[in-house]
Design a protein around this ligand. Structure first.
Ligand SMILES: N[C@@H](CCC(=O)N[C@@H](CS)C(=O)NCC(=O)O)C(=O)O
Length: 219
């Protein structure tokens, strides 16, 4: 397997973390989003949507795309350790939590949306930051509304082992860090994030620990 990704990409982080949790080795090819390399023809041949990540399998078939679809593929082909609960309602809850991030919150802060706000709508930096902070915090607050009150929450989003929900939650907390969003109003999310980051697979997969990341946190 080969993973196309970028250190700062939170959708890549989801797949990188799942690979690490499942002990699957997949070398990463860096596609520099800050330099617009996702729009180059050689990457478009891998993923016509010009977004990261993409996972190339060893079977010569077309690359896999969309991080959640890739997580599902990894779960089906490498079931241990499971990233979904065994019961159907539990799986629906975990997928729902994951999709709050992957379908509703994260898509509003990706580079192509930020570029549209700046170049086409001519929003100044303050207005763009307001946008990023608003949608990032709303995603976190929506997660908090579930995990703070539902009895299925344990050490992690669902019980005492990490699932796809935690993978997505962790990325959303990193988004808060990117855009200076305070997370004090989401204490259960903060607690779960801290639990996840105690796990080596989450820690070594995090953005600033990637080989293509800048050496200093200022980026
Ligand atoms: N829903 C997609 C999101 C993919 C996505 O937007 N990835 C970002 C990086 S996290 C990207 O490559 N953006 C490029 C751009 O917006 O131009 C997924 O989960 O894979």
């Amino acid at each position: 397997m080969k993973l196309y990704g970028f250190w700062r990409s939170l959708a890549t982080y989801r797949v990188r973390a799942a690979l690490a949790l499942k002990g699957i080795h997949a070398p990463e090819v860096s596609v520099n989003l800050m330099k617009g390399m996702q729009h180059q023809d050689d990457y478009k041949a891998v993923n016509p949507q010009s977004v990261l990540p993409a996972l190339v399998l060893d079977d010569g078939g077309p690359p896999l795309f969309q991080s959640v679809a890739i997580l599902e593929y990894l779960e089906e082909t490498h079931p241990e350790p499971p990233l979904l609960p065994r019961d159907a309602p539990g799986r629906a809850r975990v997928r729902g939590l994951a999709l709050i991030v992957a379908c509703d919150a994260h898509p509003l802060i990706v580079p192509r949306v930020r570029e549209f706000l700046e170049r086409d709508l001519h929003l100044d930096e303050a207005a763009r930051n307001r946008w990023l902070q608003h949608w990032t915090l709303l995603g976190l607050q929506t997660l908090e509304a579930h995990v703070a009150k539902e009895r299925e929450t344990g050490r992690f989003c669902h019980g005492d082992a990490p699932t796809m929900a935690d993978i997505c939650l962790v990325g959303q907390v990193f988004a808060a860090g990117y855009f200076n969003v305070p997370t004090k109003s989401v204490p259960t999310v903060e607690r779960i994030f801290a639990e996840c980051m105690k796990i080596d697979a989450f820690d070594r997969s995090q953005p600033l620990k990637q080989p293509d990341a800048p050496k200093s946190p200022a980026h």
